[in-house]
Design a protein around this ligand. Structure first.
Ligand SMILES: Nc1ncnc2c1ncn2[C@@H]1O[C@H](COP(=O)(O)OP(=O)(O)OP(=O)(O)O)[C@@H](O)[C@H]1O
Ligand SMILES: O=P(O)(O)OC[C@H]1O[C@H](OP(=O)(O)OP(=O)(O)O)[C@H](O)[C@@H]1O
Length: 230
């Protein structure tokens, strides 16, 4: 049985993952045409490359359909309930860094912390007739964070992209999203709450902790760890 390694199928994460493995003597490459999602591995025997959407890799690991997978540490925490019971971190990879943060309009001069947001949220419903809305695609991580911080008077609004725009479009009052350079926040007149950092994400190699690995897969994993210097 081959050891299946899931890797993001496009974009920055794919290229940097290929480079990360390449530097360590394991060549990952797309085989077939540019648009075909087929891959090949050189430099080690017994590993199959599976190209997948970064967002689907956590689920595939948890189900045991792939044994190893590279994806953002944010996505594993967001997509899997009790992620530590189904997958294990092998190593952070040092790229794909992005922070999941809470941001509010720059014009909210009295709101700089999560406590300030809590105070605004508590008053918001009385004035506006609905709860303060936070737009995000990271429902699980945001709910867990706000519960820990004791913020309850809010409503999550689902936003699968262009989340920073929801404020101008008046579908939300605050957002929780990934930022790296901060450009998108600035361009949309938003500021990060000083203690509003939910998770510092980076690309990470994970392994499935589901039982059912064959002996051959275990041996290949050991050889791969050795080759990668882990
Ligand atoms: N500037 C950035 N913007 C968005 N995501 C970033 C950024 N920098 C790093 N990331 C990370 O990239 C990952 C998301 O990658 P990507 O958008 O390719 O995945 P996806 O949601 O599966 O996309 P798709 O469903 O379109 O394939 C997350 O782990 C995220 O933290
Ligand atoms: O801090 P910055 O460097 O500006 O990057 C952050 C932006 O990049 C991502 O969006 P992406 O381009 O992935 O599109 P999306 O809005 O569809 O998620 C993220 O959702 C932010 O909007």
């Amino acid at each position: 049985m081959m050891l299946k390694l899931g890797v993001p199928s496009k974009g920055r994460l794919m290229e940097k993952t290929f480079q990360w493995f390449g530097k360590r003597g394991v060549t990952l490459r797309k085989s077939g045409s540019d648009r075909e999602y087929a891959g090949a591995v050189d430099g080690i025997d017994g590993v199959d490359l599976v190209l997948l959407s970064a967002g689907e890799i956590p689920r595939e690991l948890a189900a045991g359909r792939i044994q190893l997978g590279v994806t953002g540490s944010d996505l594993v925490r967001e997509k899997l309930a009790n992620w530590e019971s189904t997958v294990r971190q092998v190593t952070p990879m040092g790229f794909g860094g992005a922070d999941l943060i809470i941001a509010v309009p720059t014009g909210w001069v009295d709101v700089d912390t999560v406590d300030d947001l809590d105070a605004v949220a508590a008053a918001f419903r009385a004035t506006h007739g609905h709860r303060l809305r936070i737009a995000t695609k990271y429902h699980r991580l945001v709910r867990e964070f706000l519960a820990r911080e004791g913020v309850a008077d809010y409503a999550l609004v689902d936003s699968q992209g262009a989340t920073e725009g929801t404020i101008k479009n008046e579908t939300a009052e605050a957002i929780a999203d990934i930022t790296s350079t901060g450009e998108t926040l600035r361009a949309n007149g938003l500021k990060v709450l000083s203690d509003g950092m939910i998770h510092a994400s980076q690309a990470t190699l994970f392994r499935s902790s589901r039982s059912g690995w064959t002996m051959a897969q275990r041996d290949t994993f050991r050889a791969l760890e050795h080759k990668l210097g882990l």
